[in-house]
Ligand binder design. Structure first.
Ligand SMILES: C[S@@+](CC[C@H](N)C(=O)[O-])C[C@H]1O[C@@H](n2cnc3c(N)ncnc32)[C@H](O)[C@@H]1O
Length: 257
């Protein structure tokens, strides 16, 4: 299963996985589904550890029958004790992986000529939310996901939330997004005008705010438009990932896609 190229230097899997969690060039994928999606979308897999091979084989047969054909070598089998030490939250599927993060060319992403929007998450706090946003962005086939703030969008918890779909589209952290490549900046905010997805301009940057504070005043001031998803009276806001899903699928179903 180990693919060609330099692999984590440590033969001890505990050391290799600990190091990989801190390495900005690597991704730790917790679980079978994350490995399956990563491989489907071309991940360069460096190391896979499993425990209980029979149980893993059964899961692969049921949920990822294409996976064996995508693997180059057999995974390394480790004891349950070692496996539990490979993650603070060891996946119940008994599969954990180290892969290389694909490089993201931000300038090329901003210049992507496709009509598909780009999602910008401004300083998200919850890594599970980040993963869910990446997952729905991959499903809706948008141009990419950019994040600002303190969190790494490739954190293993976010990768778990996306089920490894970070490999399906460009995902990157940026210090700030300066609208570029002629992309309009659209702020998603509960106090905006009601969203009409047919009026979303092609190649928009759709900006979503953090879970507690919402979008910053600075971003709201720079936005070309401020739009909202209508909500019943008394509901203060939608969950971040839910609002990303609603907007992206409204866009997909609109005539404007
Ligand atoms: C949990 S909400 C933030 C709530 C925050 N207290 C506020 O006042 O904006 C996280 C983000 O989801 C998006 N969002 C949530 N509900 C929305 C709605 N009804 N319309 C548009 N965007 C929404 C916004 O981008 C928001 O910044």
């Amino acid at each position: 299963m180990l693919q060609d190229g330099p692999v984590s230097t440590h033969t001890d899997p505990r050391r290799a996985f600990t190091d990989a969690r801190r390495d900005p060039l690597l991704a730790v994928l917790e679980g079978l589904h994350a490995l399956k999606h990563a491989l489907r979308f071309g991940a360069d897999v460096l190391r896979v550890a499993i425990t209980e091979p029979d149980a893993v084989a059964e899961l692969i047969e049921g949920y990822a029958p294409d996976l064996p054909g995508l693997l180059r070598r057999e995974p390394e089998v480790v004891s349950p004790e070692v496996f539990r030490a490979l993650s603070p939250n060891a996946p119940t599927t008994g599969v954990i992986t180290i892969a290389r993060r694909p490089p993201v060319d931000i300038a090329a992403l901003l210049d992507d000529p496709r009509a598909a929007p780009l999602v910008l998450l401004e300083a998200p706090r919850d890594l599970g939310n980040v993963g869910a946003c990446v997952r729905v962005s991959a499903a809706a086939d948008i141009a990419g996901v950019l994040t600002t703030g303190t969190h790494d969008p490739w954190n293993p918890t976010a990768l778990r939330g996306s089920a490894g779909l970070h490999f399906a589209l460009p995902v990157a952290h940026v210090a700030a997004v300066e609208p570029a490549g002629g992309r309009p900046l659209i702020a998603l905010d509960g106090e905006g005008e009601t969203l009409d997805p047919r009026e979303l301009p092609a190649r928009s940057i759709l900006a979503f705010g953090s879970e507690r504070q919402g979008l910053s005043n600075e971003l709201l001031a720079r936005a070309d438009a401020r739009v909202s998803l209508p909500m019943r009276a008394g509901v203060s806001s939608l969950n971040l990932a839910t609002s990303v899903a609603a907007v992206l699928y409204a866009w997909r179903f609109s005539e404007n896609q």
